[in-house]
Design a protein around this ligand. Structure first.
Ligand SMILES: Cc1ncc(C[n+]2csc(CCOP(=O)(O)OP(=O)(O)O)c2C)c(N)n1
Ligand SMILES: [Mg+2]
Length: 431
């Protein structure tokens, strides 16, 4: 006879759930002194072929290069030339100028939507510069820095944001969800984390074909709670895919703080360790550390040593998007108190400290960026803005899926156009 089941103990303590709560809410004094950010130069830089289990410490520490003294420190210094550093600073300044103008454009009703990446510029620009220009990137919506670094025309970006008649994506994507095959920039998807398995799959295909190009995706820390992120890690680890999984931990997922994605329990980099993926945790406001980590991961992938998960520890300085108002859920003081500073200021101060830059040149560069964005905006406006009706012809929404439009879609298109004419007196009622 089987043993009887254990009798119920009626004297057990009640179970309790933990519901995460951010440390600071509107009006609170923010204090980040509890964060262990280590010292610049204090993390070792192992060989790129190292086994992930040998470097688990790098998933919990913070790789930093730029110190408060504005000098470089330690083995992760990527030893970039002053010209490369100035180019990096220039891309970051351009992204900031672009974000400012597009944000204002949304407020002026020229587009329906925009997303800034203020404070996170280094997390896309530095890795983009560390990768080869034909490595395939699978970004999320906050990596406009990659396109700027790869020389994608600003005019094309603005046309897309305005969904106008020159929009290369024909108004089919939400503003800012760019796509450019020529720049190896995969179409952005609003369905969070889908880019992760896509990047891993692309990397696997590249390896299966004996190609030499690697893939990289970017995903927000909040989005790592999606199953897709974990499936991507499994496939990447199992097949040793030549891929870099970049997790941008900007502390917030709209109004949810990182604790809701598991950030109170462990680091996001540590997610890699459980899968047997090499993991690095990096000061995301230190452009040199971001570059060095991405370069290490790219070398690792290219040498067939496998995937790398990089957590960029940073802070979303502005609202989630033009539809968001962060003053309703977080302390406005967080931005000033953020212990890792501003990525643009830090790189600028470093260049000045080594005698390769000065305040006058910096002010002139900022002005030049602002003027160029302004002039390009005017150029793009000739192709139409939101509500001007200068968009792609209505019929194009039925095109580009089938080589030849099937009869039933042609019928639907004709019917839709007839209905618009009946309703508005014209196929193009708004212009
Ligand atoms: C599958 C899915 N769930 C929810 C959303 C709605 N949504 C859009 S952005 C966002 C927050 C994402 O935060 P995070 O991943 O941290 O990226 P961040 O915006 O901070 O860059 C959410 C929940 C979505 N687009 N797709
Ligand atoms: Mg986030």
């Amino acid at each position: 006879m089987a043993e009887p089941a254990k009798p119920a103990d009626t004297n057990r303590p009640a179970l309790a759930l933990h519901v995460p709560e951010p440390k600071y809410r509107p009006g609170d004094r923010a204090d980040f002194s509890h964060l262990d950010i280590g010292q610049p130069g204090d993390q070792p830089r192992p060989d790129e072929g190292v086994h992930p289990s040998q470097i688990s410490g790098l998933a919990y520490g913070l790789i930093r290069v730029l110190g408060d003294d504005n000098q470089v420190h330690g083995p992760w210094n990527p030893r970039l030339s002053p010209d490369t550093l100035r180019a990096m600073l220039g891309h970051m300044a351009m992204v900031r100028a672009f974000d400012e103008r597009m944000f204002r454009g949304q407020r002026q009703g020229k587009t329906s939507f925009y997303m800034k990446c203020t404070g996170e510029e280094a997390t896309s620009i530095a890795p983009a510069m560390a990768l080869a220009s034909d490595d395939m990137v699978f970004p999320s919506y906050r990596q406009q820095g990659i396109l700027i670094a790869r020389g994608y025309p600003l005019l094309d970006m603005i046309n897309q944001i305005y969904s106008n008649r020159a929009d290369k994506l024909k108004g089919r994507q939400l503003p800012i969800m760019y796509s450019s095959r020529a720049h190896s920039f995969f179409s952005i998807s609003g369905n969070l984390a889908t880019q992760c398995p896509q990047a891993v799959g692309w990397a696997m295909a590249s390896a299966a074909k004996g190609d030499s190009r690697i893939a990289a995706c970017w995903v927000g820390e909040g989005s790592t709670a999606e199953g897709d992120f974990h499936s991507a890690c499994t496939f990447a680890a199992v097949y040793n895919a030549p891929v870099i999984l970049n997790v941008v931990n900007n502390q917030w997922a709209i109004s949810s703080f990182s604790g809701f994605a598991g950030g109170e329990r462990t680091t996001f980099a540590a997610r890699g360790l459980g899968h047997g993926i090499a993991a690095l945790r990096v000061d995301g406001n230190d452009a040199l550390a971001c570059y060095a980590a991405a370069e290490w991961a790219a070398n690792r992938a290219r040498g067939n040593h496998g995937p790398t998960l990089i957590e960029y520890f940073t802070y979303r300085a502005e609202g989630h998007s033009t539809s968001d108002d962060p003053s309703g859920y977080r302390s406005a003081q967080e931005r000033e108190e953020w212990p890792l500073g501003d990525p643009v200021t830090r790189l600028k101060k470093h260049l000045i400290a080594i005698g390769e830059w000065d305040e006058e040149r910096h002010a002139a560069m900022d002005l030049e960026c602002a003027e160029l964005v302004k002039a390009t905006t005017k150029e793009a406006e000739k192709n139409g803005i939101l509500g001007h009706g200068l968009h792609h012809p209505f019929h194009t929404m039925f095109e580009d899926v089938y080589e030849e439009l099937p009869w039933h879609l042609e019928e639907q298109a004709e019917q839709a156009i007839r209905e618009r004419i009946t309703k508005f007196g014209t196929e193009r009622p708004f212009g």
